[in-house]
Ligand binder design. Structure first.
Ligand SMILES: C[S@@+](CC[C@H](N)C(=O)[O-])C[C@H]1O[C@@H](n2cnc3c(N)ncnc32)[C@H](O)[C@@H]1O
Ligand code: SF4
Length: 329
């Protein structure tokens, strides 16, 4: 059965301006906002009723939402969600981690694209690589299940991917995910991040794209086993290579094809880089099918309970009926 991961966009704020991202991160461009905790609980209860058990807090950076710990506790204890994750790139996570763990956080994803402080500042706009690495190391050492997410970029970090993998092995990380660049997030020419990318590297997002097949081929020769992962039975099938050290390297390559819904067929971006990989609840109370098309999201802020149930059922139906499209070119 196909049930998407529920991604909660806790806040639009992150304090950075990563060169490949939008001003509002995963969310459709909107006024800056923080999510309402009651909305998260309401949607999560419905999601649970439909069999959903995978919730990830993202944003912006979820660590800057002051309801995070309380919300995780309720989702764990009252809604009984099995797996709750956070994705962050803020070193300040270290101040909150004891509380988050005691609230029931299961896993922590860190975004980290380089081991060079200069490049890290160029990529993210903030000069805090050492603090971030320190926070990751401390989290691993106290036994938090941590994964690293790395966007692989031509000209910028392509050549250091295997150094990052070795570093992850050395500090005891169990999983690292390599992602290909989603090239169509900078459609709006007014995005400042697009300008930063051009000013710093004299490149566009399309220039940064590098197919991950070569890296997968290298990993194949270095690994002891390989399997395919389907998150929630949806999204892009990802190759997962297990190295001798036990580290798993997951490769998200949009050339592997993806699961799509009926509503994707009429989209101008179909077949795209995001596809139906998750259901997102935005901080301004919309349910959003994908990262790329703002026209296919549903405003739930004014819905009464009955209408919400019916809307939610229709939305999940799109995922249940998803179909696989072998490759996108
Ligand atoms: C939007 S961020 C939100 C969470 C948090 N602010 C962070 O950076 O980890 C979630 C993930 O999306 C990734 N991302 C953003 N723009 C991307 C792009 N154009 N292509 C691939 N991944 C991207 C980031 O690297 C990060 O791992
Ligand atoms: S990827 Fe960077 S700019 Fe985008 S939400 Fe995360 S920290 Fe902010």
């Amino acid at each position: 059965m196909k049930i998407p991961q529920l991604r909660i966009l806790a806040t639009t704020y992150c304090g950075r301006r990563c060169i490949y991202c939008r001003p509002t991160g995963e969310g459709i461009p909107c006024e800056s906002s923080n999510i309402n905790i009651d909305t998260v609980i309401r949607i999560s209860k419905l999601y649970k009723q439909y069999g959903g058990n995978e919730i990830k807090f993202t944003g912006g950076d979820p660590i800057f939402w002051d309801g995070l710990s309380k919300c995780i506790k309720i989702l764990k204890q009252e809604v009984q969600i099995e797996n709750i994750e956070i994705i962050t790139r803020s070193p300040t996570i270290i101040d909150y981690i004891p509380n988050l763990i005691s609230s029931g956080l299961d896993k922590l994803d860190f975004s980290l694209d380089t081991l060079s402080p200069t490049k890290h500042k160029q990529i993210t706009g903030i000069d805090d690589l050492n603090e971030l690495i320190d926070a990751i190391t401390q989290c691993v050492n106290i036994g938090v299940k941590c994964k690293i997410n790395t966007v692989v970029m031509n000209w910028i970090n392509r050549e250091e991917i295997f150094d990052l993998i070795c570093w992850a092995e050395k500090i005891g990380i169990r999983k690292i995910k390599l992602l290909d660049v989603i090239t169509d997030l900078h459609d709006d020419s007014s995005y400042k991040n697009k300008k930063y990318l051009y000013d710093i590297y004299n490149k566009t997002l399309q220039d940064l794209y590098v197919p991950l097949s070569e890296i997968s081929q290298d990993l194949r020769t270095k690994s002891i086993s390989e399997r395919l992962i389907f998150q929630g039975g949806l999204g892009h099938p990802m190759n997962c290579f297990k190295l001798e050290s036990g580290l798993e390297v997951i490769v998200k390559d949009h050339h592997n094809g993806a699961w799509y819904g009926e509503l994707c067929i009429s989209c101008v971006k179909f077949p795209c880089h995001d596809a139906l990989m998750a259901l997102r609840l935005t901080s301004d109370e919309k349910l959003q099918f994908c990262l790329l098309n703002e026209n296919i999201s549903l405003d739930i802020s004014k819905l009464d309970e009955r209408s919400l149930v019916s809307v939610f059922d229709n939305i999940l139906d799109v995922y249940r009926k998803a179909f696989f499209v072998p490759s996108v070119e």
